[in-house]
Design a protein around this ligand. Structure first.
Ligand code: DSN
Length: 441
């Protein structure tokens, strides 16, 4: 995009976008939930469709002039069902993002106080999967299943036992920090034996599902939510697939239940991304994401780092820093940011530390794969990450909570001047500039 008019009209915002473009070019984006949308997706997102109000659904709007908007939304729905192979499902493409999509499902199908079963949050669940500080945890009775303490993977026998004990109305699968394959059919069978609704939040792996690199939740799971901006490479938005029998409840929960006017420019951009995901190149792309993740995981392990569950089957992995010391995720995350590698600090299963000062680092390969990087680059990057983790992972966080922020500030001040940071930052830039950033270059 050239931003010519923006440069003239609003140089301040233009300059910020230029600085962010440069940060993206010179750095390595390894937050597993981030990616680069194509120029075509960005053009649809920045189109005049943003000007239209369209409360309601195609064929039944509360505003006039929606003849073409209806075409956009119907096309997005048709493409969504086709690329996901979701025959027999209805899809709502209006949720503004992943959290409202999940909340709309609960609002549609549950009464306040009803029971939902989901994965423990420090084991990989999302904020909207029952965090006590989130709307979900405040309004519904979440009960949790754990990962197996030895394998750090799902144990379906334990899930089944807990479902029989707690009788949830919804069993939720699909996670925000789980590096292994999910057996959707097994979850659906457990749910159906218990008379529960099965729900999968596949936000992280939806691109892998479309590209055939992960088992599909269709036709086993009753309700499937997904964001559209992660492995799917669309704009920031979400969709809800549901069996036809839930269509009315889900649509009513999204509008008028939780949202007003849908963002039809975003829905158009979702449609463009879905068309891109339907191409054969997308299958190659997602397979490369997984190959890259495996190459990265192997390098990190060979360098002596511990990964949660010992590796990955998908696009992400979690470094467990507890073998160095618990709570050092915040230092390693800061040091990686300083060299230009964006990851995020995260809790690891049974983390003794809180989410802001956790013991792990979550990272993934979707964005780097979109830039065209392959296994060779993952090996180089893995060695850089391992050097940082080994250097800064052993730094101890103060026991006293009130001293932690100051310790992080002092760490940041000193770390930026160290030789290792300067050396790796130069290596990162040298590698990054060789690979164009989609949507920018
Ligand atoms: N924030 C997203 C993630 O990083 O996984 C989920 O909402």
């Amino acid at each position: 995009m050239t931003y010519e008019e923006l440069k003239k009209q609003d140089p301040e915002i233009y300059e910020i976008i230029q600085k962010e473009s440069q940060r993206q070019r010179l750095g390595l984006e390894m937050i597993p939930s981030e990616n680069y949308a194509s120029s075509a997706v960005l053009e649809a997102l920045g189109s005049i469709l943003t000007d239209k109000y369209a409360e309601g659904y195609p064929g039944k709007r509360y505003y006039g002039g929606n003849v073409h908007i209806d075409e956009v939304e119907r096309l997005a729905q048709k493409r969504a069902k086709a690329v996901f192979g979701a025959d027999g499902y209805h899809v709502n493409v209006q949720p503004l993002s992943g959290s409202p999509a999940n909340l709309a499902v609960y609002f549609a199908l549950l009464e306040r106080g009803d029971t939902i079963m989901s994965l423990k949050l420090d084991h990989g669940g999302h904020l909207t999967h029952g965090s006590p500080v989130n709307f979900s945890g405040k309004n519904y009775n979440f009960v949790y299943y754990p990962l197996d303490p030895k394998t750090e993977m799902l144990d379906y026998d334990v899930i089944e036992k807990l479902v029989i004990e707690h009788k949830p109305k919804i069993i939720l699968t699909g996670y925000t920090a789980y590096p292994r394959t999910i057996d959707f059919e097994r979850i659906a069978t457990i749910a159906s034996h218990a008379g529960a609704i099965s729900m999968a939040d596949v936000s992280h792996i939806s691109g892998l599902i479309v590209g055939g690199a992960h088992q599909s939740p269709f036709p086993a799971i009753d309700i499937v939510t997904t964001t559209t901006h992660k492995t799917l490479r669309g704009p920031r938005a979400a969709m809800i697939f549901c069996r036809e029998k839930y269509k009315e409840q889900i649509d009513k929960a999204v509008f008028p239940g939780m949202q007003g006017g849908p963002h039809e420019n975003t829905i158009a951009a979702v449609a463009v991304a879905l068309a891109e995901a339907g191409k054969s190149e997308f299958r190659d792309y997602v397979r490369q994401i997984v190959k890259n993740a495996q190459a990265l995981a192997e390098t990190l392990t060979a360098e002596g780092l511990k990964l949660v569950s010992g590796g990955t089957d998908n696009h992400l992995m979690l470094i467990d820093l507890r073998p160095f010391t618990a709570g050092s995720g915040v230092f390693v995350d800061k040091a990686l940011e300083e060299v230009g590698i964006s990851t995020n600090k995260t809790t690891v299963p049974n983390d003794p530390m809180p989410p802001y000062y956790p013991s792990g680092i979550r990272l993934g390969t979707p964005a780097l794969t979109s830039r065209g990087m392959k296994e060779k680059e993952m090996q180089e990057i893995g060695k850089m990450i391992a050097r940082i983790a080994k250097e800064f992972g052993p730094i101890e966080l103060p026991q006293e909570k009130e001293k932690r922020a100051a310790a992080l500030k002092e760490f940041t001040r000193q770390m930026t001047h160290t030789a290792i940071i300067k050396e790796i930052k130069a290596q990162v830039e040298e590698l990054a500039v060789r690979f164009p950033v989609p949507g920018i270059d």
